[in-house]
Design a protein around this ligand. Structure first.
Ligand code: SAH
Ligand code: F3S
Length: 471
């Protein structure tokens, strides 16, 4: 799941007279936003308070994304905007977190002279020590990936929170090795978090009045708790049947039963790991949302094989069939890449026809961006011209818009339960919230409050939004 481009931290903590002020900005996926909350928690213990204003800060951290070249360019441009601040304030420390830190390691310090600190996604506990090194005038780096680290015991500081919805990380890393993807290199091996600590975090959010949690992982359906460590190492020893395990459907069950008033979402599911047991669990619990983000990337089995996706078009469509069988009217979304290596016009048409079959509620769509050291970069040719990649992208964007409108029009005249998340961007007299299917609904406030569940009758819609009234 991707989130807009950036997030500034909110003054969650009362800004006191502390001289230690942290400005943290996150780019990329939800996991980065969630990790920034772990980082803020680690630094809070060191006396840092967060600020929304980078001018006030003496520590600026940027949590970076490497997924496409463009994402990296955005981060580099952002670093340059701090140049003047750094010249004026000699003690200002600039640190790079996340996937770019991991990918470029100490090379980052050579390429971006303004940067003092480079810290990979598994090394955040080391931040206090690394900050001491920078205080002594040295540059500091830790990009060691772990087979254990899940930050299970850290209670994240909720940044930029609406007090209604929150992210909860349930696993880290990815073992899938899709040939285009940099994530397995930047986030390391797949490991799951102890279900007890997940349950504790959700219970805590529940106590604080949160109404919805989104469970996060690169591949949530692959979640497996067997006592800790890398999943691959466990699978090698899988002969040992005596070990008690918790899989994703067990975890969903536990969370849903323990928190009947909390809505549960999760992201991201991978088609090859999505089992019927998970679908049955979703169907069983009214508080697990009827929405699945199931990225397909391409509608052509040939391209899927080149992508090393571990599923075919047919397998994927069978999963969609299963979803529709167990969870009627389930909201569906996907990710697509156009112009991957060797993608022909015929392959592209297969993507369009798959979209036509599924008619997703919405999708995240990209043209292929070659990433250093991935299998595709090393072994395949990036041979679809830029212009063609972009034209195909526009075609799938157009198709998606048509399907989003189609899906939204099906809602006209019907009533939906909506969790109110905030004030509508376009009108102060209106709230926005989401249905269980994850569709955004806008409606007049009347006497309702943020954080309440209300029933809304849908009167109108665009391709992006449902418009209705509280009944
Ligand atoms: N499993 C992850 C996927 C992370 S990447 C999750 O939690 O969502 C998100 C999406 O970015 C991918 O599904 C893919 O569509 C896109 N993507 C990844 N690598 C890419 C690349 N090299 N070029 C273009 N898009 C890419
Ligand atoms: Fe990337 Fe594929 Fe994992 S897209 S995050 S390698 S499932």
């Amino acid at each position: 799941m991707l989130i807009g481009e950036k997030q500034k931290t909110k003054n969650q903590n009362k800004l006191n007279s502390s001289s230690k002020k942290l400005y943290i900005q996150s780019y990329g996926c939800a996991m980065n936003f969630s990790d920034s909350e772990v980082v803020a928690s680690i630094l809070e213990k060191e006396g840092y308070v967060t600020t929304q204003n980078s001018d006030d800060a003496n520590l600026i951290l940027i949590n970076t994304c490497s997924i496409r070249e463009k994402a990296e360019q955005t981060v580099r441009r952002r670093i340059q905007t701090f140049k003047k601040k750094k010249e004026k304030k000699s003690n200002l420390v600039i640190g790079i977190l996340g996937c770019m830190a991991e990918r470029l390691k100490s090379k980052f310090l050579e390429e971006e002279k303004l940067v003092d600190l480079v810290i990979g996604p598994d090394a955040y506990r080391d931040l206090p020590k690394l900050l001491k090194e920078t205080e002594e005038g040295r540059k500091a780096v830790n990009v060691i990936l772990s087979k254990e680290e899940t930050y299970a015991d850290i209670n994240p500081v909720r940044l930029n929170s609406n007090g209604v919805t929150a992210f909860v990380s349930i696993m880290r890393g990815c073992d899938n090795m899709c040939s285009f993807c940099v994530v397995p290199f930047t986030r390391g091996r797949e490991r799951s978090r102890n279900p007890k600590s997940i349950l504790k975090e959700v219970a805590n959010l529940n106590d604080l009045g949160y109404k919805e949690v989104t469970l996060l992982g690169q591949n949530v359906d692959s979640y497996l708790w067997f006592g800790g460590g890398a999943k691959k190492d466990f699978l090698k020893l899988a002969g040992d049947q005596s070990v008690e395990t918790t899989d994703f459907s067990n975890l969903l069950d536990l969370i849903a039963i323990a928190n009947p008033k909390v809505r549960i979402r999760f992201s991201t599911s991978n088609p090859q790991d999505m089992k019927d047991s998970v679908l049955k669990t979703i169907a069983k619990h009214p508080n697990i949302c009827n929405y699945i983000h199931l990225p397909v990337q391409s509608g052509s089995s040939k391209v899927l094989e080149l992508m090393n996706r571990g599923h075919t078009r047919e397998w994927y469509l069978d999963r969609i069939k299963a979803i529709n069988k167990y969870i009627p009217e389930c909201g569906l979304s996907s990710d697509f890449i156009t112009g991957f290596c060797n993608e022909t016009e015929e392959d592209h048409q297969l993507t369009l026809s798959l979209m036509e079959t599924v008619k997703y509620n919405f999708s995240y769509m990209f043209h292929y961006s070659e990433r250093p050291n991935t299998f595709a970069q090393r072994k395949l040719r990036d041979n679809v011209p830029e212009k063609v990649k972009k034209r195909r992208l526009q075609e799938i964007i157009d198709a998606q818009q048509k399907h989003s409108l189609y899906r939204n029009q099906l809602c006209l005249g019907r009533n939906y339960e909506v969790l109110i998340e905030g004030i509508s961007k376009k009108s102060n007299t209106k709230y926005f919230g989401r249905t269980t299917q994850n569709t955004v609904v806008v409606f007049e406030k009347q006497n309702s409050k943020i954080g309440e569940f209300v029933n809304v009758k849908i009167n109108n819609c665009s391709s992006a939004t449902l418009i209705g009234e509280i009944i």
